[in-house]
Design a protein around this ligand. Sequence first.
Ligand code: TYD
Ligand code: MG
Length: 468
Amino acid sequence: MARGTARYVCQECGTTYRKWAGRCENCGAWNSIVEETPGPQAAPGPGGARLTPGTALAFVPLDLAAPDRPRWITGNAEFDRVCGGGLVRGSAILIGGDPGIGKSTLLLQVACRAAAERRCAYISGEEAVEQIQARAARLGLADAPVRLAAATDVRDIIASLEGRDAPELVIVDSIQTMFVDTVESAPGTVAQVRASAAALIGAAKRRGVVMVLVGHVTKDGAIAGPRVLEHMVDTTVYFEGDRGHQFRILRSVKNRFGAADEIGVFEMTGQGLVEVANPSALFLADRAPDGGDGRVSGAAVFAGLEGTRPVLMEIQALVAPSSLGTPRRAVVGWDAGRLSMVLAVLEARCGIAIGMRDVYLNVAGGLRVQEPAADLAGAAALLSSLGDSPVPHDAVVFGEIGLSGEVRPVAQMDLRLREAAKLGFVEAVGPARPRRAAPPLPETPRLREIPHVRHLVPLFGLEDGRMP
Ligand code: TYD
Ligand code: MG
């Protein structure tokens, strides 16, 4: 591309075009392509021979001799966990989430908590300071020594990071409202978001400040337009939840300084977000009670793992006769592809005729399961609904199902079992233990090893058409 010529960038996915088009070929979005004039930061191409000579780099050893990067604990245990056990100086954290899910509330609470030990600043481009003050008063946090400002000009924010008593934690809410005047596009466009984030992150790294950026999420779940942001920051976390439910999950999807897939659980109350130290108990609180007629078929408790943390959740299924030519398949909180696979395995390997029925699968409470280890719990819920025979109330289920119907071992079986024991489960249905170097499992819950999914079938009073 010739220097200085305009280029056209899709604001949804960041794809660049030479010509304007009504629809982005990459992501399919309509009217998302906007002209951008390359600013001074536009990267030269591979043949960029015009670079002026630079200064030689000051190399340092790999060995971090100075213990300069201890984790800084904010005091909000769930937030610290998701950030990998505390914040790292000079790091940038991106928090994405739907509007109204509670990002501003969470970060205000984190800032107020952290302000007891460090200098914290909360900069809002969306709300007026009075609105934030009113919220802080309602949350009983008005006394916290957080520095508050309403600003959208990145230069002003960076200037505020100078000086001896500059803030050590800066929250920028949100990156879509920020702008740098070297880029001509409007705030919220890919070019602005990218340039603003680069400037803020660069300043944070130079000054050793922890920079937290809030990013809005588009309908399809990407942090608005700039997926580019995700690789600029050190840590990306999403704040998720279902408006219909009171709990919210903070989930790390990328972390240069810790494990990804770590979750923190909060409950949204009238007093803001309350940390939930024992999420399993919360997720299972609404289960149908045990005993007599109260027992319902079609529900299985899955002993899952979220990052390094075991979490129990209920998987519910409903298998019903279909009145449609093509039966309905609906999932909430589970992967539709995995449901199809489990159904196909039950049909082909166990002779369970499920293909012509409507199937609904739901992870209770609005949770989202990504682990393949949930396959067996899904299968148990499906078979339980089909056979109208409850899964034992005090049993948890886990295991990955392979295409030939074999139940595969899953990671951290001992951790899952211990969490189940804590909540009073006495039985577990799961894969056969791997032979080599398996760590000892706890005594309770007792693990019933199922090498093949067909061994699950007789538990629910169903006939296995293909079993000898
Ligand atoms: P907010 O933090 O403004 O969301 P975001 O920044 O992600 O857009 O959260 C707003 C929602 O949170 C709003 O629907 C009301 C709810 N809320 C409570 O239920 N309790 C509270 O104490 C607060 C402050 C907010
Ligand atoms: Mg907000």
